[in-house]
Design a binder for this molecule. Structure first.
Ligand SMILES: NC(=O)c1ccc[n+]([C@@H]2O[C@H](COP(=O)([O-])OP(=O)(O)OC[C@H]3O[C@@H](n4cnc5c(N)ncnc54)[C@H](OP(=O)(O)O)[C@@H]3O)[C@@H](O)[C@H]2O)c1
Length: 269
């Protein structure tokens, strides 16, 4: 079956870039060029994929259908102008946090078709969620290409209003960190209660992993799954009573997400 993926020019083969590339390979990627100066990037080469250190080494005649921008945002001004030559032929998909469509267009061309996307790290295991916004220069065909490329890392949702990427960044971009923090806190609490370190670690990890799997497999809402664990007057109820007393946990969580959203707005300005 022919691949539905276009030929891809990937700029930056680091954590996120290489996770995307792994997903594209699974989807039957036929041709990609990766530009990345770091020596580790060389290991990304394989069937249909070549790795070059500079844009000048991109093979003559290579015409990407999509250019994926996966360098750190602070490298954008230096890295992006070299790819302005693809403005008329490729859709640009940026995963750079906080770089607006406007800022990217200033570096590659005002008419450039740009999709700005926010993935998250579970992309590394094809369990990510990416939220994307297409500027008005992106055609329906290019949007479909972008959707197919981003879907290789997990689920994809689209927003019409670019400013919604700020709360998206706070929720799903940073979300894995909150879940990992919870895992750390559960392990520490287990140690504080006298559990052996290996067991405390195992309990915290497998409880998070198992709960996520249950959520994925169940038709029930998280609130119902929580209620299912909570017998009236029991041990879980006792813990939840403390966690939710005086709106403490909901309040700190709301404030934390608001702070992250605000930080995203400041970084995007
Ligand atoms: N990680 C996340 O959770 C996450 C989530 C959403 C979005 N993002 C976005 O994804 C992007 C990549 O993040 P990452 O975590 O994958 O970073 P990373 O691991 O540092 O990857 C960036 C790669 O780009 C390379 N690079 C540097 N200058 C370059 C240039 N001029 N041309 C081509 N490649 C160049 C770097 O090489 P050197 O190491 O040699 O500099 C590195 O291999 C960022 O813009 C970030 O905002 C990340």
């Amino acid at each position: 079956m022919p691949s539905k993926l276009p030929s891809i020019l990937l700029i930056g083969g680091g954590r996120m870039g290489s996770a995307l590339l792994a997903g594209w390979r699974e989807q039957g990627l036929s041709q990609a060029v990766v530009v990345d100066p770091s020596p580790e990037a060389a290991k990304l080469a394989g069937p249909g994929v070549i790795v070059v250190r500079t844009p000048g080494k991109i093979p003559d005649g290579f015409t990407p259908g999509a250019v994926v921008l996966a360098v750190k945002p602070q490298m954008a001004a230096e890295a992006l102008p070299a790819y302005a030559r693809y403005e008329g032929s490729a859709v640009f998909i940026s995963i750079m946090a906080g770089k607006t469509v406007h800022a990217i267009a200033q570096l590659i061309g005002r008419q450039a078709p740009i999709v700005r996307a926010m993935p998250n790290t579970p992309a590394a295991v094809r369990q990510g969620i990416t939220v994307a916004h297409a500027c008005h220069h992106v055609s329906a065909h290019q949007r479909a290409l972008a959707d197919a490329l981003l879907a290789a890392a997990g689920q994809v949702a689209w927003v019409e209003d670019e400013s919604q990427l700020d709360p998206v960044t706070a929720i799903s971009g940073g979300g894995p960190a909150y879940v990992f923090l919870l895992t750390e806190l559960m392990e520490q609490a287990g140690l504080d209660q006298g559990l052996p370190p290996e067991l405390a670690r195992q309990l915290a990890r497998q409880t998070v992993i198992g709960s996520a799997a249950l959520l994925a497999a169940s038709d029930e809402e998280p609130a119902q799954l929580r209620i299912n664990v909570t017998s009236p007057g029991g041990t879980t109820a006792e813990a939840l009573k403390l966690l939710r007393a005086d709106d403490a946990l909901p309040k700190i969580f709301r404030e934390a997400i608001q702070a992250a959203t605000e930080r995203s707005r400041v970084l995007s300005a």
